[in-house]
Design a protein around this ligand. Structure first.
Ligand code: MEV
Length: 315
């Protein structure tokens, strides 16, 4: 039996604009994990169990768009194994689905690692390989992913990411001061595919306006990286507020997200913004150890369903 995990992720800056080649910054959310366990089959064939989804099926019965089946087919192709031994894959995840925290990418990456290891080709499963295969699966579900989600969950490190046709540009960066974040869930589930598709339609209808918005987000990501490297949390907070305003312009915020962002700011957060595809899901607030409790309480009062604390430690 082998098992593997992959973390959730938080986009700090640059979601959506990253699809259009602007830089973005994302960090792993390592306290929430997806786990895949592969064990020898007790039945002929490949059995897929996902207790969280109430799923227990044979691969041969999976629909063509079944997310776990898609991962298995990708791995089979990548390792050139048209037939697999009898096995059971069990998938579970602590990452809420459709909430901007990278649940799909994490499940995919965990299954890829566990399956590669079970098949005796674990040496192939470098971070780059897992990221590339996860990206292929993300394309099936999300249409035009930038590649940032698969990158951050496969490498499990903070990344400054730029999508490029010639091969994505990925830079680690240093963190000078601890960054204390609260990650608050609106409880509203939202499809990344729909949000990304809506932004694309708006960009096609008003390219100049949207290119300017994306440029605005790109400049913020560049400035944010410098602020993280300098430990300038005041600037970082202000950049989060600016980034949220651009995301509102893209129409990917929501009344629930705006309420939480405003509540965090009023309670003394250095900055706050939605995180991920938007329209629901999670927002993040930058706090200090002193303001954390007040901001947390204000977020709950404003309707947050769950709140996680995440600290980005100096590197
Ligand atoms: C989703 O986590 C981030 C988006 O920018 C989409 C993507 O980059 O693929 C909204």
């Amino acid at each position: 039996m082998v098992s593997a995990t992959a973390p959730g992720k938080i986009i700090l800056f640059g979601e959506h604009a990253v699809v259009y080649g602007r830089p973005a910054i994302a960090v792993p959310l390592s306290q929430l994990k997806a786990t895949a366990v592969v064990s020898p089959g007790t039945q002929p064939g490949i059995r897929l169990i996902a207790p969280d989804l109430g799923q227990d099926i044979m691969l041969t019965d999976a629909s063509p768009d079944d997310p776990i089946a898609a991962v298995i087919w990708q791995v089979q192709t990548a390792v050139n194994r048209p037939t697999l031994p009898d096995l059971t894959i069990t998938v579970s995840s602590q990452i809420p689905v459709a909430s901007g925290l990278g649940s799909g990418a994490a499940i995919t990456a965990a299954v890829i690692r566990a399956l590669a290891s079970f098949l005796g080709v674990g040496h192939l499963a470098t971070n780059a390989w897992v990221s590339a295969l996860t990206y292929e699966v993300e394309k099936i579900h999300h249409g035009t992913p930038s590649g940032i989600d698969n990158t951050v969950v496969a490498y499990e490190m903070p990344v400054y990411f730029v999508r490029q046709a010639s091969g994505n540009h990925l830079e680690p960066f240093t963190v000078a001061q601890p960054l204390h974040l609260l990650v608050a869930d609106t409880g509203v589930r939202s499809s990344t595919r729909v949000a990304v598709g809506d932004v694309r339609r708006q960009w096609q209808a008003a390219p100049e306006k949207f290119e300017a918005i994306f440029d605005g987000c790109g400049h913020i990501a560049v400035a944010a990286r410098a602020a993280i490297e300098a430990g300038d949390t005041a600037t970082l907070g202000a950049l989060m507020v600016e980034n949220h305003a651009w995301l509102q312009e893209m129409t990917v915020s929501s009344p629930e997200l705006d309420t939480l962002v405003t509540a965090a700011a009023n309670a003394g957060a250095l900055g706050a913004k939605l995180s991920g595809a938007g329209r629901g899901g999670n927002m993040i607030a930058l706090v200090t150890p002193k303001t954390a409790a007040t901001v947390r309480a204000a977020l709950y009062t404003a309707g947050a369903k769950t709140i996680l604390a995440a600290t980005l430690e100096p590197s």
